[in-house]
Design a protein around this ligand. Structure first.
Ligand SMILES: NC(=O)C1=CN([C@@H]2O[C@H](COP(=O)(O)OP(=O)(O)OC[C@H]3O[C@@H](n4cnc5c(N)ncnc54)[C@H](O)[C@@H]3O)[C@@H](O)[C@H]2O)C=CC1
Ligand SMILES: O=C(O)C(=O)Cc1ccc(O)cc1
Length: 309
């Protein structure tokens, strides 16, 4: 494995590419965004190869010109790559890693962008060849859109990318190289324990998506006039939920099923808190209600302060 220097700068200047040949597997929102960034001469890869299991997606990637090469097999895409990034739904990570493994060249780095980290590690680690470095990662950036047309090169700018390296799964220089890759995508990086990652993401991302899907379902179940009025008079609160609820079903089914324990724990806590709010409304407990709303406002203000800092 070649030695990669530590690269703390988030600069986007053209420079010596980190990788000679990088392969992106799964050319949807995230893979398509990484590919567009890498094709934009940000010192990421000299050659960007892309593969998607869906032939229509491969054709679209060719038409968009967001990869140097789009082979028809995963084996051809990963062969001779020094970095392979899996950008498929988390439920497909194990199969994609297994399909790639025999064709990876010794010293190659295998990384992923999955929204859950323990499940991906559980599936990839047992099949990892000793001469391959595996560096799990997760960019905290996305939209409700999916597919090859949804990506854009600036998606990761100013956003976090969390790395959850596992002892013995990759040499230190492979972890540094993946950090450098995300910085060249414009992201800030942090290393995190995989179990901790899954707990944090359960509350900041997975539970909010679950709530959005559920509230839209609840509104959709209303009968007659009330149901049509939901759409007619939807104010910004409900609209904000519908944006999140427009996200890809396969991706989110996989996230929920692959972060089951942490998500169910957060859902149980949420349900308890929602019940406490229901009780306060029933009994007219003004102080409790105001206290909860003020907490929400404080969190919103501190988020805006962090963004402006
Ligand atoms: N959408 C988002 O906002 C974010 C998603 N992620 C993670 O990134 C990954 C990709 O998500 P998106 O790009 O949003 O999904 P997407 O649905 O836009 O794209 C996924 C692509 O993977 C392809 N695919 C599925 N199985 C495959 C396989 N076995 N081999 C090759 N290609 C395969 C599909 O045909 C599709 O084109 C997921 O693991 C997701 O959890 C991470 C951060 C944000
Ligand atoms: O669109 C949104 O609101 C998101 O929350 C994007 C997102 C979705 C999944 C992730 O794992 C990370 C970020």
């Amino acid at each position: 494995m070649s030695a990669f220097p530590s690269d703390p700068s988030p600069s986007t200047d053209a420079r010596t590419p980190l990788f000679d040949r990088m392969a992106v597997i799964g050319m949807g929102l995230i893979g398509g965004s990484v590919a567009r960034r890498a094709m934009g001469d940000h010192g990421i890869a000299r050659e960007l190869v892309a593969f998607d299991a869906d032939p229509a997606a491969r054709d679209r990637v060719r038409a968009l010109g967001i990869a140097h090469d789009v082979p028809d097999t995963l084996a051809d895409a990963v062969r001779n790559a020094d970095c392979v990034m899996l950008c498929v739904p988390v439920g497909a990570m194990g199969a994609a890693a297994a399909a790639a493994m025999p064709h990876l060249r010794p010293g190659a780095i295998l990384t992923d962008v999955g929204s859950t980290k323990q499940s991906v590690i559980r599936e990839v680690q047992p099949i990892l060849r000793p001469e391959i470095g595996f560096v799990p990662a997760h960019p905290l950036a996305g939209t409700e859109h999916s597919g090859p047309d949804a990506g854009f090169a600036t998606l990761f700018e100013g956003r976090w990318s969390l790395l959850t390296p596992v002892d013995g799964a990759a040499p230190p220089e492979a972890v540094v190289a993946v950090e450098a890759l995300w910085r060249r995508c414009g992201a800030m990086t942090r290393r995190m324990d995989p179990a901790h990652h899954d707990k944090v993401l359960a509350i900041v991302s997975h539970l909010p998506h679950l709530l959005a899907f559920t509230i839209c379902g609840t509104a959709d179940d209303l009968e007659g006039e009330s149901r049509s009025e939901v759409l007619q008079f939807a104010a910004s609160g409900f609209r904000d939920f519908t944006r999140i609820a427009a996200s890809d079903p396969t991706m989110w089914r996989d996230v929920f099923l692959n972060n089951r324990d942490a998500l169910l724990e957060m859902l149980a806590r949420f349900t308890e808190d929602a019940q406490a709010m229901a009780r306060a409304i029933r009994w007219g407990d003004d102080d409790f209600i105001v206290d909860r709303i003020e907490r929400g406002r404080r969190i919103r203000r501190s988020l805006i302060e962090i963004k402006q800092a």
